[in-house]
Write a protein that binds this ligand. Structure first.
Ligand code: RIB
Length: 300
C-alpha cells in the first residue's frame, strides 16, 4: 500500500446545468428540459474522484463568501476531503460554470471568479502540504503563474505532478518539462503540440508524458510507442467531469503503486462509470464499485 496523499490545487465551481433538446442560435430562445445546480470545478471534481476511491485528499483553492462557496466547501467535506486550505475571499464571487447538455454532449462557459484568487503567494503558503503529498494534480482554471509555482514546489520535493491542461492555453516549456504526466483530450493535445516551441527530441519527450483522453474511445498512453486503452460501453447520461474522474482516479492509482498501464486501465473504468449519472461528481465510483464493474463482465 503506497502513500495516498493526493493534493489538488485548482478550481471549485458551482455548475449551472441546463439540459435542452436544442442549443439556441444567436438571438434565438428555446425551451429547455431541466435545470440543476451541482458541485463542480475541475479541481474539486478531481479531488472528489480520488477521495471516493479512498485517497486522502487536500484541496487548495478559493471560493467567494457567498452561498455557493459555503455549499461547495460543505460538499467537499462530506466526501472526507481536507478543506482547511480553501480560502473564502470577499472581493470575488464563487466560480461558476454555465453548462448546456444536449444529445449527450456538453458546452461549458466558466466564469472563474474567486478561482483567480489562487495566487502564487497563496500556493507558497502550502509548500509543506505539497511536499508531503504523493501526487499533486493541477489544471488550468486558476492563474497560470500559480500552476507553475505549484509544479516548481512539487519538483523541489520529488512529488509527482499530473497536469490536466484544461481549458487549454499556451504553456511555457519550463512547466511542461517539470510535470510528470499530462492528460489532454485530443483537441488539447493538438493545440499543445502546435504551440510547443522546442526541438523534435523535446516534442518526443513531451509526447511520452501524455495520456490522451478520447472520450468513449478510451485513452492513449505512450510507453515505447502509443498504447491504446479502450473504454467500456455504458449508458451515457452526462459526460461532464469524465476527464476529471479519469484524472482523480489516475492520481489515486499511481499513489497506490499501480504501474502506468494498470493505472490508466483503472482510471478509464472510473471515467466510464462516472458518465452514467447527471452531474460531474454524482457518478464517481468508490473502489468497490469499480472492482464490481470490472468483475461483472464490463466489456470494451
Ligand atoms: O470538467 C468539468 C468541469 O469543468 C465542470 O464541473 C465545470 O465546473 C468546469 O470547470
Amino acid at each position: 500500500m503506497g502513500n495516498k496523499k493526493v493534493t489538488v490545487i485548482g478550481s471549485i465551481n458551482m455548475d449551472l446545468v441546463t439540459s435542452t433538446h436544442q442549443i439556441p442560435k444567436v438571438g434565438e430562445t428555446v425551451l429547455g428540459n431541466s435545470f440543476h445546480t451541482l458541485s463542480g470545478g475541475k479541481g474539486a471534481n478531481q479531488a472528489v474522484a480520488a477521495a471516493r476511491l479512498g485517497a486522502e485528499v487536500t484541496v487548495i483553492g478559493c471560493v467567494g463568501e457567498d452561498s455557493f462557496g459555503h455549499t461547495l466547501i460543505e460538499n467537499l467535506k462530506q466526501q472526507g476531503i481536507y478543506t482547511e486550505n480553501i480560502e473564502l475571499v470577499a472581493h470575488a464571487s464563487t466560480g461558476i460554470a454555465s453548462i448546456i447538455l444536449s444529445d449527450n454532449e456538453n458546452s461549458i462557459i466558466v466564469v472563474p471568479g474567486a478561482n483567480n484568487a489562487v495566487t502564487p503567494e497563496m500556493v507558497d503558503k502550502h509548500e509543506e502540504t505539497i511536499a508531503n503529498s504523493s501526487m499533486l494534480i493541477l489544471q488550468l482554471e486558476i492563474p497560470l503563474e500559480s500552476v507553475i509555482r505549484a509544479a516548481e514546489i512539487a519538483k523541489k520535493y520529488n512529488v509527482k505532478v499530473i497536469l490536466n491542461p484544461a481549458p487549454i492555453q499556451r504553456l511555457p516549456k519550463e512547466l511542461l518539462e517539470i510535470v510528470d504526466y499530462l492528460t489532454p483530450n485530443e483537441l488539447e493535445q493538438e493545440l499543445l503540440f502546435a504551440s510547443f516551441n522546442g526541438t523534435d527530441e523535446e516534442l518526443n519527450k513531451l509526447e511520452e508524458k501524455c495520456i490522451v483522453t478520447k472520450g468513449s474511445k478510451g485513452v492513449v498512453m505512450y510507453k515505447n510507442g502509443a498504447i491504446e486503452i479502450p473504454s467500456y460501453q455504458v449508458e451515457v447520461v452526462d459526460t461532464t467531469g469524465a476527464g476529471d474522474s479519469f484524472n482523480g482516479a489516475l492520481a489515486f492509482a499511481l499513489s497506490e503503486g499501480f504501474d502506468l498501464t494498470d493505472a490508466c486501465q483503472f482510471a478509464v473504468a472510473v471515467g466510464a462509470i462516472s458518465v452514467t449519472k447527471l452531474g460531474a461528481q454524482a457518478g464517481m465510483p468508490t473502489r468497490n464499485e469499480v472492482e464490481q464493474f470490472l468483475g461483472c463482465g464490463a466489456y470494451y
